[in-house]
Design a protein around this ligand. Structure first.
Ligand SMILES: Nc1nc2c(ncn2[C@@H]2O[C@@H]3COP(=O)(O)O[C@H]4[C@@H](O)[C@H](n5cnc6c(=O)[nH]c(N)nc65)O[C@@H]4COP(=O)(O)O[C@H]3[C@H]2O)c(=O)[nH]1
Length: 829
């Protein structure tokens, strides 16, 4: 510990030395000795001693008391006076300087020592007290709470600046006045005066709180809400020194609380009454708060949800992972907010809820994450509607199979996959045979039911990774993915044809359908979806041509055929415009008389390069392209003119038969054309027979029936061509106003050896006669056929046996001129 520094002021040199010696002996450090008042002041400034030993009587102008006063004022250094005099006046003066000791010379060393120690200790205590007072004073000065201290009677002793501001009074003005006069306290609820807590505290010597909401009214009449209370000030032995009143103006806090409450209420009602689901979610995903709408979305009660976890409601699928990822990004402050579609579980097992989920993060003022605010909207209906729209856009509404557009897309995808993996795929283009007929005879409703039933069967026949689509009408397509060999496609086509051949029972009707299937295989028959589809379609047409109810592969030959079809189409247009068409006639022989009774007009095309072209090569193309309508009109006109000429020439002839194609019924005003032609050519209607195929009649039976009745009224004869090859026309036959039927060549060809043909021909003739119809057999080539037909009383005959179709002049010069009779088979032809 450092020795205390002491300065000596003594004008007697020997005395000063003696004191110095004693002080040094006591262990003090003597930092200086002054001999006058002035010197004492400057040395004190210089050495800053802990204590000054000051002689009162000094030489010079300034005595020790004045010097001590100056040192005290400037440096607050304690002073012990040394004097030989102790008169009361000097002592009084010395006392006013706040002296720390007073030693009367001569003094004993122990007196000196004790005085110094007491003075140093006292000074140290005073300094600490001062420091502490200063510290408290500053603290009270700074705090925002108002502090008023009173004596035991409640008189004001102290007020800090906050109290001065609140009461609008300065301490000097109110010091010693009663605190209860300075402020009045009122109960906020009823404005009754409340006893000042200081008074109660002084009475009870204990802390008194303001128990109710309290208003403080100052002397100016200003009032504001306050809180806190009073506490007693007790000294160490517990005696009451006074009380301290502490209060604060809580108007601002009240307002903030009010605003906060309002804002909380607003938030709460917005949260609770929101039409969409809302939740506060803890950082670990647990629900902290959920609203009514959210419970409704998931079917859980509030209590159940509050025990649940947001992630637990989502599927562990990609959306669930996305949600997790986004929540983590929110937490890491990498996203301000997010919105995603999430599929969630409902309380009802198996039920799913589609939601639009948006979330943001709530952070405290330091940016620390607190919780998530999550908004959840039920978009299940929208999602289903979207899915429904997508489904409708991609599927055929009748059968639920893929539609044409979607099939195209899926085929394109499948193609890119097989191209990558260098594998094969096949398309089966399936068209129901004679579906239109079924539709027309049984009605569209049953037609639709049949298409649905066919779809179901097809569905059951394809493998899971194959695709099935309905392209429209009765056309279906099957994509066989990843086949090893074209034979696989053939096997499936065969199986499909067999499958469809089993009768369908729809509303009590047993319906048998067959199908024609065209097959194209990637990569041989095309590399893109368009070509593959087109080629499968072409192959399907080949299957139709080859008798229906079979499948055909696409071949190069087919492409050539379609090219030829186009050439023929172009050529036919040219032929019509450049008069290249011709009519040949084949006579029809009356079985009884053996005389020619009529002739069938058959069209030929005299092509400049190809020579004479037969109808087998171009009639189908004319039919498909619609060119049959103008060609048919030309045939009709030419045949009528020819027949009229023969009639006028009195040739052995009563009737010309003209073929009418199905398309002529549908697309042209057949009745008007015929009536007009008869008028223009002058041929009597009875000399014209129209040959209509069964299939033409059956395409649209109601319209056909109407036209046929008109034609009958006109007097034109009507005949059903190719009879026996059609679907089930017997019922219609009775209703149609036809005069004759023509037995198809395919039945005559096997006569009389084939039992089946014999039975059929016999039945047709008997049935036709029963219905009072005239029967013509075509394709008679042999004597045996002739005698069988004669025996069955077939009315009329046509065939190479009598004459091939020939040009009119040839017929006139040969057959007609010869006056052919049965029994003269080698008539010219
Ligand atoms: N093997 C054999 N064939 C015989 C015999 N007798 C007749 N034919 C052939 O059988 C066909 C009969 O005509 P279709 O059944 O009406 O069949 C016709 C008809 O459906 C159609 N056709 C011909 N001309 C016209 C026409 O002007 N308009 C329409 N719409 N179709 C026509 O073309 C088909 C074929 O006509 P064509 O080639 O002239 O062939 C004719 C004829 O030459 C025979 O004893 N043996």
């Amino acid at each position: 510990m450092l020795a205390s520094k002491i300065m000596i002021v003594e004008d007697e040199g020997i005395v000063a030395m003696d004191i110095r010696r004693q002080l040094t002996d006591f262990g003090y450090e003597v930092v200086g000795t002054a001999f006058s008042g002035g010197q004492a002041i400057s040395l004190a400034h210089e050495h800053r001693p802990d204590l000054v030993m000051m002689d009162i009587v000094l030489k010079g102008d300034m005595d020790g008391i004045s010097a001590a006063q100056a040192i005290q004022d400037a440096l607050h250094i304690p002073v012990i006076f040394l004097t030989a005099y102790s008169d009361p006046a000097t002592l009084r003066r010395a006392k006013t300087t706040g002296a720390y000791g007073y030693l009367i010379k001569p003094f004993r060393p122990d007196e000196l020592h004790a005085s110094i120690e007491v003075a140093l200790y006292k000074h140290q205590l005073e300094r600490k007290l001062k420091e502490s007072e200063q510290w408290f004073g500053k603290t009270l000065h700074c705090i925002s709470d108002a502090v008023i201290a009173t004596d035991p009677e409640g008189r004001i002793r102290f007020m800090n600046p906050a109290a001065e501001t609140a009461t609008e009074q300065r301490l000097e003005q109110v010091k010693n006045s009663l605190v209860s006069d300075l402020i009045t306290l009122l109960a906020e609820s009823n404005r009754d005066i409340i006893e000042n807590p200081v008074l109660k505290t002084l009475r009870n010597r204990e802390v008194t709180h303001l128990n109710c909401a309290t208003l403080l009214v100052n002397q100016s009449g200003v009032e504001f809400p306050v809180d806190d209370g009073a506490a007693p000030i007790l000294d160490d032995d517990g005696s009451l020194l006074g009380a301290v009143l502490v209060f604060r103006d809580i108007s601002a806090r009240r307002q903030m609380e009010h605003q906060l409450r309002e804002s909380e209420e607003r938030f709460h009602s917005a949260f609770e009454l929101a039409a969409i689901g809302m939740a506060l979610v803890a950082l670990d995903g647990n629900f902290l708060q959920v609203n009514h709408a959210l419970c409704g979305i998931f079917g859980y009660s509030r209590q159940e949800l509050l025990k649940a976890n947001l992630q637990g409601l989502t599927h562990g699928n990609q959306q669930g992972h996305d949600l997790d990822r986004h929540m983590k990004q929110l937490l890491a402050d990498e996203l301000p907010t997010f919105q995603i579609e999430v599929e969630c579980f409902h309380k009802v097992v198996g039920k799913r809820v589609w939601t639009m989920l948006s979330a943001s993060m709530v952070r405290d003022p330091d940016g620390e994450p607190q919780y998530f605010i999550v908004q959840i909207q039920n978009i299940t209906n929208r999602k289903y509607a979207e899915q429904q729209l997508i489904y409708l856009a991609n599927h055929d509404p009748l059968t639920g199979l893929l539609n044409r557009d979607q099939f195209h897309n899926r085929l394109t995808q499948a193609l890119s996959s097989v191209q990558r993996h260098d594998t094969r795929l096949a398309l089966l283009y399936l068209d129901l045979d004679r579906f239109k007929l079924i539709n027309d005879t049984l009605g569209h409703r049953l037609g639709d039911l049949l298409l649905q039933a066919v779809s179901d069967r097809l569905r059951s026949s394809v493998r899971v990774h194959d695709l099935l689509a309905r392209l429209g009408g009765d056309e279906f397509i099957v994509l066989l993915n990843d086949i090893n060999h074209a034979d696989d496609a053939a096997r499936i086509a065969e199986k499909t044809i067999d499958l469809l051949t089993q009768p369908f029972t729809l509303e009590g009707n047993d319906i048998v359908v067959t199908a024609s299937i065209g097959i194209s295989v990637y990569p041989n028959d095309g590399k893109d979806s368009h070509t593959l589809l087109m080629n499968a379609d072409t192959a399907m047409y080949l299957a139709k041509e080859r008798g229906k109810n079979n499948y055909q592969f696409y071949t190069l030959e087919m492409t050539e055929r379609s090219l030829e079809r186009m050439t023929i189409e172009r050529g036919l247009r040219h032929a019509l415009a450049h008069d290249e068409l011709r009519l040949h006639y084949q006579p029809q022989i009356d079985t009884g008389s053996g005389a020619a009774v009529g002739a069938e007009a058959l069209v030929r095309w005299q092509h400049p390069e190809w020579g004479l072209v037969y109808p087998d090569r171009f009639i189908n193309v004319a039919e498909e392209t619609g060119l049959i309508v103008p060609i048919g009109a030309w045939v009709l006109r030419t045949a009528c003119l020819q027949a009229k000429a023969w009639l006028e020439q009195n040739r052995p002839f009563s009737c010309v038969a003209v073929n009418v194609s199905p398309r002529q019924f549908i697309e042209s005003n057949l009745f008007r054309t015929i009536k007009q032609t008869l008028l223009e050519t002058g041929l009597p209607p009875g000399a014209l027979e129209l040959e209509i195929t069964e299939s033409a009649v059956m395409q649209d039976p109601e319209i056909t029936l109407q036209v046929l009745h008109q034609l009958q009224q006109l007097g034109v004869r009507l005949s059903i061509d190719d009879f026996g090859t059609g679907y089930s026309s017997l019922t219609y036959l009775r209703r149609f106003p036809v005069q004759s039927v023509k037995i198809d060549r395919s039945f005559v060809i096997d006569l009389p050896d084939d039992e089946g043909s014999k039975t059929l021909v016999r039945a047709i003739i008997a049935l036709a006669h029963e219905l009072k119809l005239f029967v013509v057999a075509e394709g008679v080539e042999t004597e045996a056929q002739l005698s069988f037909l004669k025996a069955q009383q077939c009315d009329s005959l046509q065939g190479y046996m009598f004459s091939k179709p020939v040009a009119p002049e040839q017929l006139e010069n040969g057959f007609m001129a010869a006056g052919f009779k049965i029994g003269q088979p080698n008539a010219p032809g």
